[in-house]
Design a protein around this ligand. Structure first.
Ligand code: 26W
Length: 812
């Protein structure tokens, strides 16, 4: 969009004054940020309106991405950038002697998600808009995001994340589009005079769902899509029934806080309320649209695709059935045909303990009508499946089993498409986790390897790298990511390699300054920066990383004067508040950091930095400065991973097991350009099947490993209570569920190769360049294109020469 610096400066001053009634010169960073954000939102608003009108006028098919989590990150910079206004804004502010970077830091980072799944949803929103596709997000406006993590004496402490404290300039409360969501009570069916069975409700708890809409700005294509987040309130007409603040709690609490556990499903009633609340409001607002524009209901699948992001929104299936049958008076068969053609489902985890199974009694009581419908779906499924496939498969795949509603089964049965998020993960779904369903419905299964938006993770997070690439290959790669491969041509160009090394060093210096500022630790920017950033979970094996660091420390202590390649080990990770073992791992890493960082024998040879409160904004600071990307989950456990992609795109070399999307990284960049170690998923499956694994044998037979493990309990690491013993026990006495000890030797070997390569800076830079140049296939733009073509059947609504255009599919 076209705005001159002069115009911007004038409008910014006016905006500030109209909000605060004094001059911008007296404003705090928060106030200046708010004014700037609202001004940018003003610029967005006409495109937002026009995009919506265009979709309606052309009656285009729209995607609704239902997700309990979104992690958009700060939006000021990305919105200004996608609009094409970032330079004007920066220049205008500097004329006023204000720093854009400083104001941008005042924005709260909305932590409305736990990790990978939520961030993926936001990358997808960015790509949908940037491809000019009609894509809407549907989720919850949690008043409190994922807890703010602090370390007290090395222990994780959780504080509330009140992200709305200083207002949220991007959202628009949309009172015109509220919906009513009903819980509990009694329901019975009665025949009306037209012979329809109509449900009657009594004693329900009625909750008003209020939508807050946020613009999702496409990259230079005049497209602005909508992210709709719902908030729970008391219906105005029922306010008089609530006499005290306490009585209003059961309603307000529905959207008060995000559940902070992404690995352990707990059958909590409130969580089920959240899921149905978001689903019901979302589906109602879709159907209302059809009523308003008088679209024949049978055309719904031609006009809408509803995507179920993991099983959390799987109640979409019975909710859509309910509305079509009870409110639109369609027959069961008609309603089912529509529902199943409209819905599609992505699985994001194979962890058994994360699979949602709601107690039937709970579901029945909270959602009586929905439960009736689930029961009917189940009965019809069993009726159809039993004669064709027999008892075993039918009962294994039923939705209702042993007193619970199996949400994954509901999602698969109610969707025309089921996908995993990386090749290996999809294979595991087909051959293991959902194998019986694969027998029933092979045509539904497909892979959609995850992706990331280069706009946020490269263009904005790493402006210097972006400038270097622009200089060498021009700017086409920004609109056509596959063009990045042209950068490969510079792998032997000394000038490019030197500049690449310089860029990395600058980024590392910046991070080193930040480390000094927030952690008080001095690190040498020339040291190798080794990064593991992701949720803390035993399967991701931060403790394997820990054992290797401890091993290094012991080596340095044994021979302080030997030659070591200096390393800084960087961690960012939150543990679920109830995940005791994960918290113990954090404590041990923090205590080891205290020991190592203050040992004069160690100096710059080894440093450990564990950042507090890892999230999108911190990731943007860390990733451009990484040399090594730690992707060391036990093979078969990590569905895809996405930090692996972000780090690769920023020139980090990957140190990985053959798990998730690491396999595709290896395929694209070539085995010689990353460090692979450890068991393969096939070997993991075999080890589990033949139950031959003996962790203690490894402990006893490998002296180096024994040394390291003994150091956990010998008092070497200061200030531990029983955490060292807890780790030792899980690894040695409880037989090491995630085969950490088994992979230790090959991990150490790979780490030594990392050191050797780092000594040859030119060769390191060459491999780094090849990684950057091979990262285009992980652009979420391609991922979304494949979802659009294969699953949603939607197309771009912008002219081919506007915004992002994907001329070819790289390598897939
Ligand atoms: C019921 C509690 C709960 C909440 C969230 C269980 C599971 C989840 C998510 C599915 C966990 C998650 O974020 N999975 C991650 O999804 C990413 C995006 O596809 C993948 O890259 C990661 O490998 C996967 O762990």
């Amino acid at each position: 969009m076209e705005v001159t610096v002069k115009q911007f400066v004038k409008e910014f001053k006016q905006q500030f004054q109209s909000m605060y009634a004094y001059s911008y010169e007296e404003g705090s960073n928060e106030q200046l940020y708010n004014a700037l954000g609202l001004l940018v939102k003003n610029y967005i608003s006409s495109y937002w309106k026009e995009t919506r009108e265009k979709y309606i006028k052309n009656s285009v098919k729209q995607v609704y991405y239902f997700s309990m989590e979104f992690l958009p990150g700060r939006q000021l910079r990305s919105n200004a950038y996608n609009l094409g206004l970032l330079d004007v804004v920066k220049e205008g502010l500097s004329e006023l002697e204000l720093s854009f970077d400083q104001l941008a830091e005042a924005e709260a980072d909305p932590a409305l998600g736990n990790g990978g799944l939520g961030r993926l949803a936001s990358c997808f929103m960015d790509s949908l808009a940037s491809l000019g596709m009609a894509g809407n997000g549907n989720g919850i406006r949690y008043q409190y995001g994922l807890f703010r993590q602090k370390f007290v004496d090395g222990y994780q402490v959780e504080l509330p994340e009140n992200w709305l404290r200083y207002r949220n300039v991007w959202e628009t409360r949309n009172d015109k589009s509220t919906c009513m969501v009903r819980f509990g009570g009694n329901v019975w069916l009665e025949e009306n005079h037209q012979g329809h069975l109509v449900p009657h409700y009594e004693n329900t708890l009625n909750v008003l769902a209020v939508p807050y809409d946020t613009p999702m700005v496409g990259y230079r294509n005049d497209t602005v899509n909508n992210l709709r987040l719902w908030s729970a309130e008391i219906p105005v007409e029922e306010e008089a029934n609530y006499h005290t603040i306490e009585e209003t709690e059961p309603i307000k609490e529905i959207t008060q806080v995000l559940y902070p556990d992404d690995s352990n499903y707990e059958g909590r009633l409130l969580r089920l309320k959240q899921e149905y609340f978001m689903v019901s409001a979302g589906v109602q607002s879709i159907i209302r649209h059809f009523r308003k524009y008088n679209v024949p209901r049978k055309n719904i699948p031609d006009k809408v695709a509803i995507h179920i992001n993991d099983t959390h929104p799987a109640l979409v299936v019975p909710e859509l059935m309910r509305i079509l049958i009870d409110e639109e008076h369609l027959s069961w068969e008609q309603a089912w045909e529509i529902t199943f053609k409209t819905c599609s489902y992505t699985n994001h985890t194979i962890l058994r303990e994360a699979l949602e199974k709601w107690p039937i009694d709970m579901m029945k009581e909270l959602l009586p009508r929905i439960y009736m419908i689930i029961e009917e779906i189940n009965n019809r499924f069993v009726e159809n499946t039993l004669p064709l496939y027999g008892e075993r498969i039918t009962w294994q795949t039923a939705i209702l089993q042993n007193g619970v509603v199996n949400m994954a089964h509901l999602a698969v049965i109610g969707s025309h498409s089921v996908n995993g998020v990386a090749k290996l993960h999809t294979d595991i779904l087909m051959n293991d986790v959902l194998k019986d369903f694969f027998e029933l419905y092979p045509e539904r299964f497909n892979n959609k390897t995850n992706g990331i938006t280069q706009r946020r993770w490269v263009h904005l997070a790493n402006p210097e790298l972006t400038k270097l690439i622009d200089e060498k290959i021009g700017e086409n790669w920004k609109l056509t990511p596959s063009e990045l491969k042209v950068f490969k041509g510079f792998e032997k160009d000394k000038d490019t390699l030197n500049k690449l090394t310089d860029v990395k060093l600058k980024n590392k210096k910046r991070l080193a300054d930040y480390i000094k500022e927030v952690k008080g630790i001095t690190v040498d920017p020339n040291a190798l920066f080794d990064v593991q950033i992701k949720r803390l979970h035993a399967y991701k094996r931060q403790h394997l990383n820990l054992l290797h660091i401890l091993h290094r420390y012991l080596e340095i202590k044994a021979d302080p004067s030997a030659d070591y390649v200096p390393r800084v080990f960087i961690f960012g990770a939150k543990a679920a508040p109830s995940y005791h073992y994960a918290k113990q791992i954090i404590k041990v890493i923090n205590s080891l950091a205290d020991l190592v960082n203050n040992d004069p024998d160690v100096g710059d040879k080894l440093k450990i930095v564990f950042f507090e409160n890892y999230g999108v904004s911190l990731a943007e600071k860390i990733i451009p400065a990484a040399d090594i990307s730690e992707q060391i989950s036990l093979a078969s456990m990590e569905a895809s991973g996405t930090s692996n992609m972000k780090l690769m795109a920023n020139g980090a070399l990957t140190l990985a097991t053959l798990d998730g999307a690491n396999i595709e990284i290896k395929d694209f960049v070539g085995e010689e350009n990353l460090f692979v170690f450890g068991l393969s998923s096939k070997e993991v499956y075999e080890l589990k099947a033949n139950q031959s694994y003996q962790a203690r044998e490894l402990y006893e037979s490998n002296p180096k490993l024994k040394n390291v493990l003994d150091a956990l309990t010998s008092g070497t690491i200061p200030n531990l209570q029983d955490e060292g013993y807890a780790l030792f026990d899980s690894l040695v006495n409880f037989n090491d569920e995630y085969f950490v000890l088994k992979d230790f030797a090959s991990y150490v070997e790979a780490q030594n190769k990392v050191d050797d390569l780092y000594k040859d800076q030119n060769e390191w830079a060459r491999k780094s360049l090849l990684n950057i140049a091979s990262s285009a296939p992980f652009s979420a733009d391609y991922t979304i294109q494949r979802y659009a073509d294969d699953i949603w059947k939607v197309r771009s609504c912008v002219e081919e020469d506007e915004g992002v255009h994907l001329v070819d599919e790289p390598l897939y």
